[in-house]
Design a binder for this molecule. Structure first.
Ligand code: PLP
Length: 399
C-alpha cells in the first residue's frame, strides 16, 4: 500500500453501534464494570477495549487518537482540549524542576510565553536559538537539557526546520525532539523524519471549521500511556480532556483533510506568487526565493503542496491594519487570528499572535511590525480572490 497518510486514515474503518458509517458517540463520563478485578487492573495499566473514566480515555476520543496516530505515523496519540494543552502536557511529562529546554525562537506566541514566562516558575528554563543554525543548537546543550523544541514550519516566518538533522543532534545527546506540526499536516510527517513527539493544535487545519479548540500529542505507546497514568500522568492529572461530541466532529473533518490541504496549498502558492510579482517581501516555502525551499522539497509529501500559510511585509503596522480591514471589506476573508479555516484569515502577528515576544526580540528574529500572516482559504476560484486582494492593495496605496 502507498505510504500515504490520507490512505491510512481512509482505511481505518470504524462503525457505529448499529453499523453507522460514523462511529457512535459515547456520551458518558464513566463506564460500568462486571468485575472488581477488571476495574483494579485498569487503574494499574491500559486494557484494550476497556474504559474507566472519560478524563482517562473515552471510546470516541480514542477513534480520533487512532486516526491522528495514522496521520503522523506514530504508535499512539493523546487527544487534548487545546493545542496549548498538548504542548504543556508533553513538556511537563518530560521535564522536572531544574531541567532545560532548547527551543526555536520563532514559535507561536503562546508557546513562547509558556517557555519564557510560565515554566521558569517550576525552574524549567529555556534557551531560545535560531533553529536553522544547527551549531547554535548544539552549543546550547548542557547536562540539564531534556528537550529540543521546534515547529516544523514556524509561526509566523514560515522557516522550515531541518528535522532529520535536529533528530540526529537529539539522539546523540539523549534528548527528546518535539515538533509542532500544526502548520503542515499531511505535508510533513515529523516522526518519519526523526521527531520523537509530534504535537498539534487540532483547532487549525485538521478540524478546518474554526468551531472548536483541540490538540494532540502523537508519540510512542509508552509515552502516551505515561501521559494517562493515574499517579503521574500530566494529561490525567492536569485534566485537559476533549469531550466525545467534539472528538466525533473533528474526526469527521479529519477525513477530508487531504483534499483541503491540496486546495489550501494551491491557493497559497498562487497568492504568494502574485504578491512577490507586485514587489512585496513574501515568506512562502513554495517560492524558490524562500531560504529553505530545497530542504522543504526534500522533506515534504509533494502531492499536498507547500501549505496554506503566506506571510508578507506591509512595512508598518498602520499599513498592515489598513490593508487587512480593506481586505475584509472587499470580501477577501476575515480579519481574525487563527488559521486553517475554509475561508481566508489574516492578522498582523507582531500585534497579535506573536505579541508575547517583546518588540526587541521580534526585531532580532526578523518579525517586522508590518507583517501580515494569511491563512489562505480553499476558495474555488483563487483568481477572483486575488482580484479582490489587488483592489484592496491599490485602495490603501500599497501598489
Ligand atoms: N501551535 C501553533 C503553531 C499555533 O499557531 C497555535 C495557536 O495559534 C497553537 C499551537 C496553540 O493551539 P490552541 O489555540 O489550539 O491551543
Amino acid at each position: 500500500m502507498k505510504d500515504d497518510p490520507a490512505m491510512k486514515i481512509q482505511d481505518y474503518w470504524v462503525f457505529g453501534e448499529y453499523g453507522g458509517v460514523n462511529p457512535s458517540i459515547e456520551d458518558a463520563s464513566t463506564f460500568t464494570f462486571l468485575s472488581a478485578e477488571k476495574m483494579q487492573e485498569l487503574f494499574e495499566h491500559e486494557v484494550e477495549g476497556c474504559f474507566l473514566y472519560s478524563r482517562h480515555l473515552n471510546p470516541t476520543v480514542h477513534y480520533l487518537a487512532q486516526s491522528m496516530a495514522l496521520l503522523e505515523g506514530t504508535e499512539y496519540t493523546q487527544i487534548t482540549a487545546s493545542g496549548m494543552a498538548a504542548i504543556s502536557c508533553a513538556i511537563l511529562q518530560i521535564c522536572s524542576s531544574g531541567d532545560e529546554i532548547i527551543s526555536s525562537r520563532t514559535i507561536y506566541g503562546g508557546t513562547y510565553a509558556l517557555l519564557k514566562n510560565y515554566l521558569p516558575k517550576f525552574d524549567i528554563n529555556t534557551t531560545f536559538v535560531n533553529i536553522l543554525d544547527l551549531d547554535a543548537v548544539k552549543s546550547k546543550i548542557t547536562p540539564k537539557t531534556k528537550i529540543i523544541y521546534t515547529e516544523s514550519i514556524s509561526n509566523p516566518l514560515l522557516e522550515v526546520a531541518n528535522i532529520p538533522e535536529l533528530s540526529k543532534i537529539a539522539k546523540e545527546n539523549n534528548l527528546t525532539l518535539i515538533v509542532d506540526n500544526t502548520f503542515s499536516p499531511m505535508i510533513l510527517q515529523p516522526h518519519k523524519l526523526g521527531a520523537d513527539i509530534v504535537v498539534h493544535s487540532l483547532t487549525k487545519f485538521i478540524n478546518g471549521a474554526s468551531d472548536c479548540v483541540g490538540g494532540a500529542i502523537c508519540a510512542t505507546h509508552d509515552f502516551v500511556t505515561s501521559l494517562k497514568d493515574v499517579h503521574n500522568g500530566s494529561a490525567m492529572l492536569l485534566g485537559p480532556t476533549m469531550d466525545s461530541i467534539r472528538a466525533a466532529g473533528i474526526l469527521k473533518n479529519l477525513r477530508t483533510l487531504h483534499i483541503r490541504m491540496k486546495q489550501h496549498s494551491h491557493n497559497a502558492m498562487f497568492i504568494a506568487t502574485k504578491l512577490k510579482e507586485l514587489g512585496f517581501r513574501v515568506f512562502y516555502p513554495g517560492l524558490e526565493i524562500h531560504q529553505q525551499h530545497e530542504l522543504m522539497k526534500r522533506l515534504m509529501n509533494r502531492e499536498y503542496g507547500f501549505g496554506g500559510m503566506v506571510t508578507f511585509d506591509c512595512k508598518t503596522p498602520e499599513k498592515a491594519n489598513e490593508l487587512m480591514l480593506k481586505m475584509q471589506e472587499n470580501k477577501v476573508g476575515y480579519f481574525a487570528v487563527s488559521l486553517g479555516f475554509y475561508k481566508t484569515l489574516f492578522s498582523a502577528p507582531g500585534l497579535s499572535t506573536s505579541s508575547e515576544i517583546p518588540p526587541e526580540e521580534q526585531q532580532q528574529i526578523g518579525l517586522s511590525p508590518g507583517l501580515v500572516r494569511m491563512s489562505v482559504g480553499i476558495d474555488n476560484d483563487i483568481e477572483i480572490t486575488w482580484e479582490r486582494m489587488l483592489k484592496s492593495i491599490k485602495e490603501v496605496g500599497l501598489a
